[in-house]
Design a protein around this ligand. Structure first.
Ligand code: ADP
Length: 466
């Protein structure tokens, strides 16, 4: 600003001087024209210097613009300053990009950026190994064309990425990949892909191990139980001091049998895929049956059962014996953990979130901090509680798995000392309304229903299918 004012003053003085000289020699116009020419030539020269400096190849151009005084000096300095700033931020950005590239190249997981058209923008080295992307041929290629798998295209197009997708690696059926997608910017996607072959192998080994051990334990337990029953039937022949021991042995062998049965059930739920052949199960009759069976098991506790499942036309699509097992687990739990004379309500209702089957008791309840962990295997609120009631700690894990297989979920609410509500929520796709209240396709009535003598005589047990 200071230079600008000085330049104006200097130009005004020059014009004044030219006017005086012009008047003195009586050639005012000529002197002014001459002055204008000199001024124009000087400015043209400065523009020419700036132009030739800018026109040079940036690599070879001198870092500093030409030197000059006055206004032009200020212009050159300003350009130099801007250029320096730009160079600094460019090298800063280059530095960050290099670091990001080096670090992502060192990652074992593949990272892929996909633009809003679904085409590849960028990927790291691991994406080339795991997914076979080639640089630069695949830049801007459609990701669903490169990863040709209907499971992947469905997941990619769903835009619901709350869960990850596990599938075979493209072109290598021995590898299992886990895909996770995050949306960012304007419908752009960041994909993170991990090789989980090893983890999957370990998980399968664990499942096989549990299934094999449970299976192998089945026969010895049956034999031991058989002999125990025989001994108990002939108690009179034994010395009285053996009676208590035998009774305890029978109880423990039953616990072991239940444990093995539940473990087998869990591993079969984990390994077997849900058959596409869905049965139509009338909920009200299924729940009625479960209520009756549970009543029989707990006659000594004189519970009041209130059955509010009246919509006879509601049918759930799935597997009858699995649903029997899930709901029965919850009703038996309600009876187990509700003291004598307590009330157990069974209710069905439709809601926006889905179709609900609620099992409500006014029993001992559960402290809030246990609720998130209740469906974990072997998790018990209180070890002694479970042992007293003959529980295995696997019941709710089984319920959770069964409901997941039926596109449902288990919701738990409880107040310590007041009671609990266990809710099975089924998605609306699984529910149909029957024109007539007949139960079709549920020929599979393999629900382990009528109680055997043992169960009647001993601690109540949940009835999980085999
Ligand atoms: P368990 O075979 O021990 O009953 P579950 O997985 O069925 O195992 O249940 C886990 C734990 O949750 C139980 O040990 C019990 O403490 C608690 N629980 C389940 N249902 C109820 C209920 N209705 N009221 C109170 N506690 C419950």
């Amino acid at each position: 600003m200071h230079n600008w004012q000085t330049a104006i003053k200097r130009h005004a003085l020059l014009i004044l001087l030219a006017c005086l000289v012009g008047l003195a020699i009586d050639r005012l116009l000529l002197v002014l024209v001459l002055l204008l020419l000199v001024y124009g030539a000087r400015n043209y020269y400065q523009i020419y210097r700036l132009y030739s400096w800018l026109a040079k190849d940036p690599e070879r151009r001198p870092a500093e613009p030409p030197e000059s005084g006055g206004i032009w000096g200020d212009i050159y300095d300003g350009i130099y300053r801007l250029q320096k700033q730009e160079r600094q931020s460019k090298s800063y950005l280059e530095n960050i990009i290099n670091k990001a590239q080096e670090s992502t190249a060192a990652l074992e997981m593949a990272i892929v950026m996909v633009n809003k058209q679904g085409n590849l923008d960028w990927w790291n080295k691991a994406a080339e190994t795991l997914l076979g992307f080639r640089y630069p041929q695949d830049i801007n290629q459609s990701v669903v064309n490169l990863i040709r798998n209907p499971q992947f295209s469905d997941y990619f197009d769903s835009e619901n990425y709350s869960e990850t997708l596990k599938m075979e690696a493209p072109g290598d059926s021995n590898k299992v990949l886990e895909f996770q997608i995050a949306l960012f910017g304007e419908q752009e996607r960041l994909m993170i892909i991990r090789d989980i072959t090893q983890l999957q192998r370990l998980a399968n080994m664990r499942k096989d191990f549990v299934a094999n051990v449970s299976h192998e334990l089945g026969t010895p337990i049956t034999v031991i139980k058989g002999y125990l029953e025989a001994l108990l039937d002939n108690q009179d022949l034994l010395e009285p001091r053996w009676h208590k021991a035998l009774d305890q042995m029978r109880q423990q062998s039953m616990r072991m049998e239940n444990l093995v049965r539940d473990l087998l059930m869990l591993s079969s739920l984990e390994t077997k895929t849900m058959s596409k052949n869905r049965q139509q199960i009338k909920l009200s009759s299924l729940i009625g049956e479960i209520e009756n069976d549970t009543r029989q098991m707990f006659t000594d506790k004189s519970h009041t059962f209130i059955n509010e499942c009246n919509d006879d036309d509601t049918i759930v699509l799935g597997k009858r014996n699995e649903l029997y097992s899930a709901i029965s687990n919850l009703v038996v739990n309600a009876a187990k953990y509700t003291p004598a004379e307590g009330t157990i309500r069974l209710r069905t209702r439709d809601s926006e979130a889905g179709y609900l089957v609620e099992i409500i008791d006014n029993g001992i309840g559960i402290e809030k901090h246990h609720l998130p962990r209740l469906t974990e295997r072997f998790y018990r609120v209180d070890g002694s509680r479970a042992t007293d009631t003959g529980g295995t700690g696997l019941g709710l894990a089984i319920v959770k798995h069964i409901l997941l297989r039926h596109e449902g979920e288990l919701l738990i609410d409880s107040q310590y000392g007041k009671g609990s509500t266990f809710t099975c929520r089924f998605s609306h796709q699984r529910i149909i309304k029957a024109p007539e209240s007949s139960e079709q396709g549920s020929a599979d009535n393999s629900a382990p229903s009528p109680l055997n003598d043992q169960q009647k005589n001993s601690q109540p047990q949940k009835q999980n299918l085999h």
